[in-house]
Design a protein around this ligand. Structure first.
Ligand SMILES: Cc1cc2nc3c(=O)[nH]c(=O)nc-3n(C[C@H](O)[C@H](O)[C@H](O)COP(=O)(O)OP(=O)(O)OC[C@H]3O[C@@H](n4cnc5c(N)ncnc54)[C@H](O)[C@@H]3O)c2cc1C
Length: 495
């Protein structure tokens, strides 16, 4: 008899929900995590009087009371943790700023957002309303397509607009570049500039936050990760931290267990991996990779990582000038140039500023504020920085983020009490992912669910993949992916 029915490698979002779903359904499950806390990206850490949120800027999938979305009413209830989480609502999507050109706050409400755009850019009410109608339609039909609706039943609007670049659609609807920037701002969450990002991806993101609102969590994403782990443990699951899986073992072409980095072998007929795809397949022992997997891995591109400046500030959000939890500050309207800059050390051209105390999540003492500044950045450039140069390079680059932030919160430097900087090398170290990527592969047209389906078919019996590398990155998609993969595994076992 095997030691376990299933082993889960990695306690990121998808690893946690996979493990909890399996164990709660009665499958004896072992969860293995190389770090010392659960959560992967979804963690926090302490500096002085402050707790710092590592990753969660805006959680989608929650929905308001009376109009709940899939996390609040679905997954979190299934895992028995819905009443253990305290959701903190952001009432605005974001404030979009280009110093001297644009300063627009977009409320998390369709009609109020139209009013806000009309107030700032008179004469654009009808265009904005029509753009939002298109966005809703494309999202509706995209979800229908994702759920398997036959192609002949899908409205042609999806085929006409879904795969067009976001930029082309914004150009069709608006003349003023500043409105295009303001409405397209979430492209930075998706890692592809409007000239490359498919309209349907931006549409889905904007729809999700408009319709179901953006959220933070009291206690940060760590509170959610810990709650899911508790649900797993209460159901009788076993977890080990500070231990990495170094090999996935096979026997006669079927997964048979794992070997840990202390040499221990543990047996199970099913292994769910939350680790990076190339790492997971590279860990397989005793089996030749099928050609279809080799071809797939050989044609994929490692996605973008991030550079984050975490700050504990000795001032309130109001004193610092924060009016929204989320503020995007861009140097200008040239998004392609901003995207290109992610492969260099040239000063940050766009940042996401998260102020976690406009609606407090409990990480800063009274009278103080926890703020993070983030820009996306590809990891490769950091590999060439000599260890002796690393500290200087990261603080020099962090100054460029602060320079942009100073344009909306002048004097913020003077309030800094605690500071910590995470570079793509930090992400590599803590997540173990190539390139320190935070969304898995590049989230462009060739990598999405239409053309790749790594999660559904691994071509290795007993191996299952869950997480950003096998599907879509981000909190909601990975939380849902882990539970989905676990349910699929359980169904296959029951058949
Ligand atoms: C700074 C930052 C900001 C972000 N902002 C947002 C946001 O606002 N909204 C949003 O939706 N998304 C955001 N994201 C992205 C989101 O956090 C991730 O896409 C998502 O959390 C990834 O989840 P995952 O399940 O793929 O696992 P990951 O978080 O990638 O975790 C994988 C886990 O596997 C473990 N592991 C790997 N190899 C092994 C091994 N061999 N043995 C044992 N364990 C192993 C790792 O230690 C890690 O814990 C952000 C990410 C970062 C880093």
């Amino acid at each position: 008899m095997n030691d376990y029915d299933a082993i889960v490698i990695g306690a990121g979002n998808a690893g946690l929900t996979a493990a909890a779903t399996l164990q709660r359904a009665g499958a004896r499950t072992l969860l293995l995590e190389r770090h010392n806390v659960p959560g992967g990206c979804g963690t926090s850490f302490r500096r002085g009087r402050f707790e710092f949120e590592v990753a969660l800027h805006q959680l989608s999938g929650v929905g308001v009371e009376g109009q709940p979305m899939s996390l609040r009413e679905g997954l979190f209830q299934q895992l028995g943790i819905a009443d253990k989480l305290e959701f903190v609502q952001e009432h605005d999507l974001y404030r979009a700023v280009i110093p001297g050109q644009l300063d627009l706050t977009l409320p998390a409400d369709w009609d109020a957002a139209i009013d806000a755009i009309e107030a700032e850019f008179p004469g654009n009410r009808d265009r904005t309303a029509k753009f939002f109608e298109l966005l809703k339609k494309v999202t509706f039909w995209q979800i229908a397509a994702m759920r398997g609706m036959p192609v002949e039943q899908i409205d042609p609007v999806l085929f006409e607009y879904g795969l067009r670049p976001l930029k082309a659609v914004l150009d069709e609807y608006f003349d003023d570049d500043r409105i295009k920037v303001a409405l397209g701002m979430y492209w930075t969450y998706l890692g592809q500039p409007p000239s490359k990002l498919r309209f349907q991806d931006l549409a889905l993101t904007l729809f999700a936050y408009f319709e179901f609102k953006p959220w933070h969590l009291r206690g940060g994403s760590q509170a959610m990760s810990t709650a899911i782990l508790d649900a797993f443990l209460q159901a009788g699951g076993d977890v080990r931290f500070n231990i990495a899986v170094e090999a996935i073992l096979t026997d006669a072409g079927q997964v048979s267990g794992v070997r840990l980095d202390d040499g221990t072998e543990v047996t199970a007929s099913d292994v769910v991996s939350n680790a990076a795809l190339p790492i997971t397949y590279g860990m397989l022992e005793g089996i030749d990779l099928p050609a279809v997997v080799r071809d797939d891995l050989g044609t994929r591109r490692i996605g973008v990582s991030g550079f984050v400046l975490h700050m504990g500030l000795d001032a309130t959000p109001a004193e610092l000038g924060f009016t929204t939890s989320t503020t995007f500050v861009n140097m200008d309207t040239d998004d392609d140039r901003t995207y290109d800059a992610w492969r260099s050390f040239q000063p940050a051209r766009g940042i996401c500023v998260s102020s976690y105390d406009v609606a407090p999540i409990g990480f800063a003492p009274t009278g103080a504020t926890h703020v993070s500044l983030m820009t996306l950045q590809y990891g490769d450039i950091w590999r060439n920085v000599a260890p002796s140069e690393y500290a200087r390079a990261k603080f020099a680059y962090a100054e460029t983020l602060l320079d942009l932030c100073e344009t909306v919160t002048p004097g913020i430097r003077d309030a800094i009490e605690e500071v910590d900087v995470a570079t793509p090398l930090t992400m590599m170290r803590y997540l173990g992912h190539p390139g320190g990527t935070i969304y898995g592969y590049d989230q462009d047209a060739t990598e999405n669910w239409l053309f790749r389906n790594s999660e559904r078919e691994t071509h290795i019996p007993g191996l299952h993949l869950a997480g950003s590398w096998a599907g879509i990155g981000g909190f909601q998609p990975t939380l849902e992916a882990g539970a989905r993969v676990a349910r699929r595994l359980l169904r296959a076992k029951a058949a």
